[in-house]
Structures are given as C-alpha cells and as structure tokens.
Design a protein around this ligand. Structure first.
Ligand code: SIN
Length: 282
C-alpha cells in the first residue's frame, strides 16, 4: 500500500524486502525524515531512492543524518576525512579493485569484526551495458520462515568466518603469497543465528562462512549451502536494476547482498558510504 505526500512517496519494492521512496534532495538532506528512514531500513532491509542524483558531498551529508559515518580503508578515505568509496573493477580508479571481486557472491559486510557496519549507502555513477544489478535478501524473513525444528537445531551453532574463504570464490587457485596475505586477516567466530537486541533473529551466512563449529567438514558445508539456498529464495529477495543516479541503502545487519556479473571493462562505478555498526553479533 503506497502512502503519498507531496515529496514523500513510499511503496514496497518486493513483498518481504525493499521499500522505494520517491522524494527530493532537500527533504533527504534536511534530516527531517532520518528516523523514518532508519525505521524502514530495519523493517524492510533495503531502501531505494530512484534517480535522486546526490553528489559525493551530498551523499556524505545525507549519511551523517542517519548515524555515525564509517571511514573505509584505501584510497577513498584520505587521512580519515569523510569520503565516498569507489566500487569499480577499474584499478586506475580503485587500486584494490580486485579485492571487491568477493562482492559477486552473497555476503554480509564486516564479518571479520565483532560489530559489523550498520548499513551501506550506494549511488550509481556509471552503469554496465549489461548485468551489474545488485541482489539483496532479507535474513530476518528467511530465519522467521524456517520450520521450528530447524530453528531449534541451529539455535546455538557458531560459525568460523574468514575473508580468505570469500576470496577463493573468485580466485580458486591463488599463489601461496596471495593466500598468505588473505589469511593474515585472521578468522572470526560468529553465531549462525543473530539474536538482536530488538528481539528479532536473523541468519548470519555468506561467502566468508568457513565452517560450523562441532560439525565435520561435509556436514558443515551441507548446512551452510542449504541455509544459503533457503535464505536466497525469490520470496526473500529483491534485485535492484540500476538507473543512473539511483541511491540504495541496505541494512547490513538483516540482509545479504551480491553484485551480478558485468564486464569489468564496462566502467561501472558506484559510490559507497557506510554507517558505523551499533550492535555486535550476538
Ligand atoms: C558491495 O558488495 O558492497 C557492492 C555491490 C555492488 O557492486 O553491486
């Protein structure tokens, strides 16, 4: 059901995930709707602002209206100053573009830390001619829909996550040096079911998930793949097909996301900002 005011038009993008808000820059930058946006972010996982066309500076200012601006490593973040981060496969724009190839597989950002980022905000600056959509799935809704016996069986399981596991998806035969460098990032053990302080629960899965503690490798892999397949069924997903100037926010604590393949020479360019995490996995 759509609610319409002069500059604030809200509608569902898909049944269990995603809200589209048609508004104007001034409304967004004023911060007047920040609490509505925060509520929708938690309730719906993803918010789309079609062709809102924020500049880098406006995106930074908008990010500040929603929470604490998170600085990203790399070229984008100059001496701790607020900056947008370029998501591209073009190494002349982002010298560590190859690390971003893990983004082509379902993931949650920040599984190497105990308190992952709250949200990402991404704007389309240049599109691929083909592909390059972004998929999102709602990990609250997919947990809620599990049969009760499955919920009981997984309630207390812990999963080891490692960044190198996600890198192996795009580079299955790295050199020893590459593997060693990835492995230097260590590992992190996280609950399979995140019991949020709100009382809601979500699944913690994705390409960094290496092994379920206490299960042998075959049983562990079967469980992780079965749950990922469950969580990414169409009824829990929204696929965003980008237009230039679109901006999308996703709640990183209740969704997974992935980019769909595109030509790495296409010039596709997204600008991303992030909000600092506010709740540890637990
Ligand atoms: C990301 O994983 O943060 C980027 C997704 C995309 O490029 O569509």
């Amino acid at each position: 059901m759509a609610t319409v005011t002069s500059t604030w038009d809200v509608s569902d993008a898909a049944e269990k995930i995603g809200t589209v808000i048609r508004t104007d820059k001034d409304t967004l930058l004023s911060g007047a709707r920040a609490s509505d946006i925060r509520e929708l972010m938690e309730a719906r996982g993803v918010i789309v602002f079609p062709q809102i066309n924020l500049s880098d500076e406006e995106q930074i200012a908008f990010t500040h209206t929603l929470g604490t601006f998170a600085h990203e490593d790399g070229e984008g973040s100059k001496e701790g100053k607020d900056a947008v981060y370029p998501i591209t496969m073009d190494e002349s724009v982002n010298p560590i573009a190859s690390y971003l190839k893990g983004a082509f597989f379902w993931h949650i950002d920040g599984t190497m830390s105990d308190k992952p980022i709250l949200a990402s905000i991404m704007s389309a600056r240049a599109l691929a001619q083909e592909g390059g959509e972004t998929d999102f799935c709602n990990t609250y809704a997919s947990y809620d829909a599990l049969p009760e016996d499955e919920k009981a069986a997984i309630a207390d399981l812990q999963v080891v996550h490692a960044m190198w596991r996600s890198q192996l998806y795009w580079k299955p035969e790295p050199s020893f040096g590459e593997l060693d460098a990835w492995m230097a990032r260590g590992s992190n053990t996280l609950p399979l079911v995140w019991k949020h302080r709100s009382g809601r629960k979500s699944l913690v899965l994705g390409a960094t998930a290496l092994q379920v503690e206490g299960l042998d490798i075959v049983e562990s892999e079967k469980l992780l793949v079965r749950l990922r397949t469950w969580a990414t069924q169409p009824q829990f997903c929204y696929r965003h097909t980008w237009s230039l100037g679109d901006m999308v926010i996703w709640d990183n604590t209740g969704t997974m996301h992935r980019a769909l393949p595109y030509d790495h020479k296409s010039g596709r360019l997204m600008m991303r900002t992030k909000l600092e995490g506010e709740e540890a996995f637990g």
